[in-house]
Design a protein around this ligand. Structure first.
Ligand code: NAD
Length: 500
């Protein structure tokens, strides 16, 4: 059986405790991943701490060159990386390529970070006095990432942190751990000194060891909301800087004047792509007005019927299996809950099997109509290929739905009306908004971050906010003797200095 080990201080490190890594296409165990104990995490933190002063002393441009080379190496093998990712995640290879590519876009941004590390300078803030600020790295920082983007989300974090002069401990999802290890190896090949990027696999034991370590100065987390809240509370209680992104339930609002053909195409891709296992998927559609709802429903049905499920290596498949047997059972449980709560099950994806892959974790596309905001199946995140239609009578009612929802990650509106879109974007209580854009994940030089229970953080991931998160500002006020023309030596002063 293949074994997947940690990458600590530039070396592969095994361990006794192991977890199963499944092939979602067949349901069979394909590898065993090491699960770190506290001592292994401590070894990784130690490797990071040893490497950090040297890495911070490398000038910013040379640090960026390592990332340039890393980008080249990743691009060289993007096809095999995408296949490696799909084999453990279950998403189709073309989608995995996008996962790697979106991560690389943050690496491209990180190559320009020297520009954002420049401080401010005031010459002559007082007589012979100058003031300047330095943006310095925090030290050793860590990232804990979810299964659904095993390439993009680690790169959101380590690309920026490392460009800023920090060293990094990555604790990826134990469900698809191979790709993050390969990224760590490619960073070494690109010239990152050993210990700059360490990859430690594990579960709660590893996460707690990172949260409690006084050496780890900041934690970035992406995953489900309850764990995000736990990480935020425990990490901040330990005095760390923490950004913890959580779950989502994104709404797509459809106004009567929307381009219906394009809207349906966008909704089907955003609801069912990657089997709905995206934090920026659109699992809720809100048509405004009964006629819009009926038209939309009629237009969705044939498109859903055309969807092709297949293995992650099937080039013609629209989406593949979900990540685990437990997740499949959870999604099917929510479909039953929707039925029990009285929503109309229009298309039922339960019980789907793929010939020759009967043990695979497949869930067919599912459509509900007449879903009510009071239903638990609406309030909770399902994270599967399930689209729920909630009908609204007015734009105000439609805006209130995502605004009042516990999650506030992303939202989209489909319309030809500029004023309606403008009002929507300004007033909706959600962090990332799309206007005729179904999955509005911001580009790398902007920042990613939801609101409410989708993010326990005051500062977003990547972009300038990411640089702020991984650095601290030091402000220096200097006076040089002899520059204060004509000034005589003064006595001690016991009042706060002020600008005369
Ligand atoms: P998860 O919360 O189960 O796991 C995320 C990370 O936390 C993993 O590294 C895991 O090992 C660790 N973890 C799991 N249980 C833990 C515990 N009890 N204590 C400490 N650490 C623990 O999430 P997942 O299933 O891997 O990913 C799917 C979730 O992530 C969804 O809720 C999705 O919406 C969310 N997500 C959010 C964003 C975002 O940016 N807001 C992006 C992607 C995914």
């Amino acid at each position: 059986m293949r074994e997947i080990d940690h990458l600590i201080g530039g070396a592969s490190v095994g361990g006794e405790r192991r977890g199963d890594v499944f092939d979602p296409n067949t349901g069979r165990v394909q590898a065993r991943v090491a699960l770190a104990d506290a001592a292994t995490v401590a070894a990784a933190i130690d490797a990071g701490a040893k490497a950090q002063p040297g890495w911070a002393a490398v000038n910013p441009q040379r640090r960026a060159r390592v990332l340039f080379e890393f980008k080249r190496l990743v691009e060289n093998e993007i096809d095999s990386l995408a296949e490696m990712l799909s084999a453990e995640h279950g998403k189709v290879v073309a989608d995995s390529r996008g996962d790697v590519q979106r991560g690389l876009e943050v690496i491209e941004f990180a190559c320009g970070i020297p520009h954002l590390l420049k401080g401010d300078y005031t010459h002559g803030a007082g007589p012979g006095i100058d003031v300047y600020s330095l943006r310095q790295p925090l030290g050793v920082v860590a990232g804990i990432t979810p299964f659904n983007f095993p390439a993009m989300i680690p790169m959101w974090m380590f690309g920026v942190a490392i460009a800023c002069g920090n060293t990094f401990i990555l604790k990826p999802s134990e469900r698809d751990p191979s790709l993050p290890v390969r990224l760590g190896e490619l960073m070494l090949e690109a010239g990152a000194p050993a210990g700059v990027l360490n990859v430690v696999h594990g579960d709660k034991v590893a996460v707690d060891a990172l949260l409690d370590s006084p050496v780890v100065r900041a934690i970035s987390f992406v995953g489900s909301s309850d764990i995000a809240h736990y990480v935020y509370s425990r990490g901040t209680a330990a005095g760390k800087r923490v950004q913890a992104m959580g779950g989502a339930k994104n709404h797509g609002i459809v106004l009567p004047d929307a381009d219906m053909g394009q809207t349906v195409a966008d909704l089907v891709g955003a609801a069912f792509g990657s089997a709905g296992e995206r934090c920026m998927a659109l699992p809720v559609v809100v048509p405004v007005g009964a006629r819009t709802a009926d038209t939309l429903r009629e237009a969705l049905l044939p498109e859903i019927a055309k969807l092709r499920l297949g293995t992650s290596t099937d080039r013609d498949a629209h989406y593949g299996p979900v990540v685990s047997a437990a997740h499949k059972a959870r999604i099917e449980g929510y479909i039953q809950l929707g039925v029990d709560e009285g929503a109309e099950l229009v298309v039922d994806g339960r019980g789907f099997t793929l010939q020759g892959h009967e043990g695979g974790f497949f869930v067919g596309p599912t459509l509900f109509d007449h879903v009510q905001p009071t239903m638990r199946s609406y309030r909770d995140e399902i994270f599967g290929p399930v689209l729920q239609m909630v009908r609204a009578d007015s734009l105000a009612e439609a805006i209130a739905l995502p605004s009042k929802h516990q999650y506030g990650n992303g939202v989209a509106i489909f319309t030809r009306s500029g004023p309606a879109a403008r009002e929507f974007a300004a007033s909706v209580d959600v962090g990332m908004v799309g206007i005729n854009v179904p999955i509005p994940v911001p580009v790398a030089y902007h920042s990613f971050g939801g609101w409410k229970r989708s993010a326990f953080a005051d500062i977003g991931i990547h972009g300038e906010e990411g640089v702020r998160f991984y650095t601290k500002v030091k402000t220096v006020t200097q006076r040089w003797p002899g520059m204060d023309a004509g000034a005589a030596v003064t006595d001690s002063s016991f009042v706060i200095p002020t600008m005369k």
